[in-house]
Design a protein around this ligand. Structure first.
Ligand code: GLA
Length: 397
């Protein structure tokens, strides 16, 4: 089992190169960084062809590499003691070995696509808590795909790498996730949110005007047991809702309709649980449109209201929250220095986000920790984060 870990410190390139030299007895040739992400609003929307608003954060995965003469991929992580070596092959299969499957899945896609690869020594270091809903897996997938593409000169576009990483998640790992996470960590931009249409993959990087506020990340520290099977279950429920609506509507995705149209046709969905799921999806997609307008108008109050409404819908209609994430939002609602809060990512534990006045952040952090600990029985981790650039190669430092 891998152990979850809290946000670890950043490391300088020099420190990481030192780790690399110790692990492999040679110098690293290239160094890459890929962030994690938070989603400001638009949850469980990407696999329904709608609008999401994620941004990359200043926590993520570092990856260092150098060629070896042995035609072997040697994967190491500063975070974990286990070591994985595998020769150059025509195909790779998922193993029972957690984090290792992500680079292995990427490698599989390169060779399955007929690309020539040669043995590499590879070292990772991540400071995104694993399984916390901040896309540690997309971060390692995109870091690997981006680095291999550059090193092996395979000429994929960034969008092709994003699609490949999504395929790793869907076909190699077995999670029916959408494209949001991989897209966000690849295309993220400093201080911008990505307004991404997951149906068309058109996107716009929009200013994330937070004024005198910070974006707080609250890790509930709740282990996400059964998250994968519940996630796939939600995907199926959405497919059922879509099939029911298609009896009378000519649509491709659930997000092709707005709330008004949904209300007119919702009688076609006879299963009450499926109906609730669809209501979340359609209303959430409408909320993203309103949130984009609020952000453009510098109306953070309205943006915050929509965040709370999004959480409410995820809690009651989509049922992917839980006592822990609800406690974060409950407390945030009572604090006048918080504009909005909601769970972010898949849910079932993981993280919440909040927009908090910068000069009141420390008090918020302390009070939230006290409230949460009293209610849940253990403490959350609360951090202020910066919205940052997507995957890139690091030079020097
Ligand atoms: C996970 C998935 C994403 C998305 C979110 C929920 O992070 O990987 O594709 O569906 O959950 O919005």
């Amino acid at each position: 089992m891998c152990k979850a870990f809290i946000f670890l410190p950043s490391m300088t390139t020099d420190q990481l190169k030192q780790h690399f030299a110790t692990a492999f007895d040679q110098q690293a040739l290239e160094v890459y960084f890929c962030p994690g992400r938070v989603n400001l609003i638009g949850e469980h929307i990407d696999y329904n062809g709608g609008l999401v608003m994620p941004c990359a954060i200043n926590f993520g995965t570092w990856m260092l590499l150098a060629p070896n003469e042995d035609n072997v991929f040697r994967f190491r992580s500063v975070n974990f003691e286990d070591t994985y070596d595998i020769g150059v092959q025509d195909a790779y299969e998922k193993t029972g070995r957690e984090w290792y499957n992500y680079p292995l899945g990427v490698l599989h896609h390169f060779v399955a696509d007929g690309k020539n690869v040669k043995g590499l020594d590879v070292l990772y270091y991540g400071n995104v808590p694993i399984g916390s809903g901040l896309s540690s897996s997309a971060s390692i997938e995109i870091a690997t795909a981006f680095a291999f593409n550059k090193y092996f000169n395979t000429g994929y576009s960034k969008l092709e790498l994003v699609k490949m990483a999504k395929s790793v998640e869907n076909n190699f790992i077995g999670l029916s996730s959408g494209i949001m996470d991989q897209f966000a960590v690849a295309f993220g931009e400093d201080s911008k949110a990505l307004m991404l249409n997951c149906g068309t993959l058109d996107y716009q990087a929009v200013d994330a005007h937070l004024g005198d506020n910070v974006l707080a990340i609250i890790n509930s520290n709740k282990p996400r047991k059964l998250a994968e099977s519940k996630y796939n279950e939600r995907v199926e429920e959405c497919q059922q809702a879509l099939a029911a609506l298609k009896q009378e509507l000519n649509i491709e995705h659930l997000c092709d309709i707005d709330t008004a149209t949904f209300e007119q046709y919702q009688h076609l969905i006879t299963d009450p649980v499926v109906l609730k799921r669809a209501r979340h999806v359609v209303s959430e997609n409408d909320r993203v449109k309103l949130a984009a307008k609020a952000l453009a108008d510098h109306d953070l109050t309205e943006f915050g209201r929509l965040m709370y409404a999004s959480h409410h819908s995820l809690q009651h209609d989509y049922e992917v929250s839980g006592a822990e994430l609800d406690a974060v939002v409950e407390y945030s609602l009572t604090n006048a220095n918080v504009t909005g809060a909601r769970m972010t990512g898949a849910g079932f534990g993981g993280c919440a986000i909040a927009i908090v006045k910068a000069d009141a952040f420390e008090d918020y952090r302390k009070e939230l920790i006290a409230y949460y600990t009293d209610k849940i029985g253990y403490a959350p981790d609360v951090y202020a984060t910066n919205i940052s650039d997507g995957v890139h190669e690091l030079t020097g430092e």
